[in-house]
Design a protein around this ligand. Structure first.
Ligand code: ATP
Ligand code: MG
Length: 321
């Protein structure tokens, strides 16, 4: 039951950006030759915070289209929309019955996102259990995780192990992996925080036009030191540009003293990566019906196994078949 299968998720809470590409999408595409993966648009996770229905729907289709445009091969890597595989929600509930309130409440992301007070959706508390369901549903052995997801992956492991011990061997216990060649991209205007889909002004969305890319990199925060070198602590902005340049072109900066030159080289390298993605996206977006048929095929590909896992889980828990 256990093959090395990976799951990578993208939340349709905003436009996919350079961090998503270099940190998640590229490693997924690079692994396609040797590792089975599932790419998931995590639309249910996008509902854990205040959301605009039309925007979530549009972003779901946009993100799927960008995945294809960037090189995800749906023949090898099923692309699924989380909510279109209803077993995610069924397994979510079943796993809530083995998870503890305290386990969910102590998640750092829950504490951070709920700290502002106001209306906190209950789904924000339980979303790590949904994430555990996402992983366990597909018999996933490897989950590429950044540091921000470590705690959630740990919970998935805990729930799988607890379930197996208490109700009998049912789930594959997943492990976290650092994907090979994944870069962590920082916000260009605020280089000590990661580039994200929301917040921050130094973001490069994959579909941004060239003039926006140029402007965001030209305005990237650097420092007064005047040396082009990697020093995360003292020169986070310059280090970020060097990393982006390396990830996009494989090249090192050509002038060790010129930030202007570094920015121009980085702009050219990013443009070289984004130009074909934009072009392919425009072609694909012209035929949304085709993209939707690819998503339907993704669902069809993963569903038999998902149904089998839910059946195992129901049986183990004592539900009448
Ligand atoms: P949000 O702000 O809504 O959490 P996000 O930009 O973090 O959005 P996610 O959908 O949470 O995007 O993450 C999708 C994938 O991209 C994950 O694998 C995540 O680790 C990766 N990722 C996100 N931001 C970066 C970044 N700045 N650098 C590298 N990888 C990133
Ligand atoms: Mg995130």
């Amino acid at each position: 039951m256990t093959t090395t299968r990976r799951l990578t998720g993208f939340k349709p809470t905003g436009h996919l950006h350079l961090g998503n590409l270099l940190g998640a999408l590229r490693p997924l595409i690079a692994a396609q030759g040797h590792t089975e993966s599932i790419a998931m648009i995590a639309d249910l996770h996008a509902l854990t915070v205040d959301h605009d229905p039309a925007r979530v729907r549009a972003l779901t289709l946009e993100q799927a289209t960008v995945l294809l445009a960037a090189g995800v091969d749906p023949e090898r890597t099923p692309i699924i929309v989380q909510s279109q595989v209803p077993e995610h929600t069924e397994l979510h509930y079943l796993l809530e019955c083995v998870a503890g309130y305290g386990e969910a409440a102590r998640m750092i992301q829950f504490k951070e996102k709920s700290a502002g007070g106001g209306h906190v959706r209950l789904s924000l508390l339980t979303y790590p259990v949904l994430m555990a369901a996402d992983i366990l549903l597909h018999d996933i052995l490897q989950v590429p995780v950044g540091e921000d997801q470590n705690q959630h992956l740990e919970l998935a492991r805990t729930l799988a192990t607890r379930f197996n011990t208490r109700y009998g061997e049912t789930f594959t216990v997943p492990e976290g992996v650092r994907p090979e060649a994944a870069a962590r991209v920082m916000d260009l205007a605020e280089p000590t925080t990661k580039m994200g889909k929301s917040g921050g002004t130094g973001r490069i969305a994959l579909l941004d036009p060239p003039e926006v890319v140029r402007k965001v990199i030209a305005r990237a925060v650097t420092d007064e030191i005047g040396e082009v070198r990697r020093d995360q602590e003292k020169q986070p902005g310059v280090s970020n540009l060097i990393d982006i340049l390396a990830a996009c072109s494989g090249q090192a900066p050509s002038d060790p003293h010129s930030y202007g030159r570094l920015k121009r080289e980085t702009t050219d390298a990013v443009e070289a990566v984004l130009t074909p993605i934009r072009a392919r996206h425009a072609e694909l977006a012209a035929d949304p019906g085709h993209v939707r048929s690819i998503l339907a095929a993704g669902v069809a590909a993963v569903r038999p196994r998902a149904i089998a896992v839910v059946r195992r889980t129901r049986d183990a828990l004592g539900l009448l078949d």
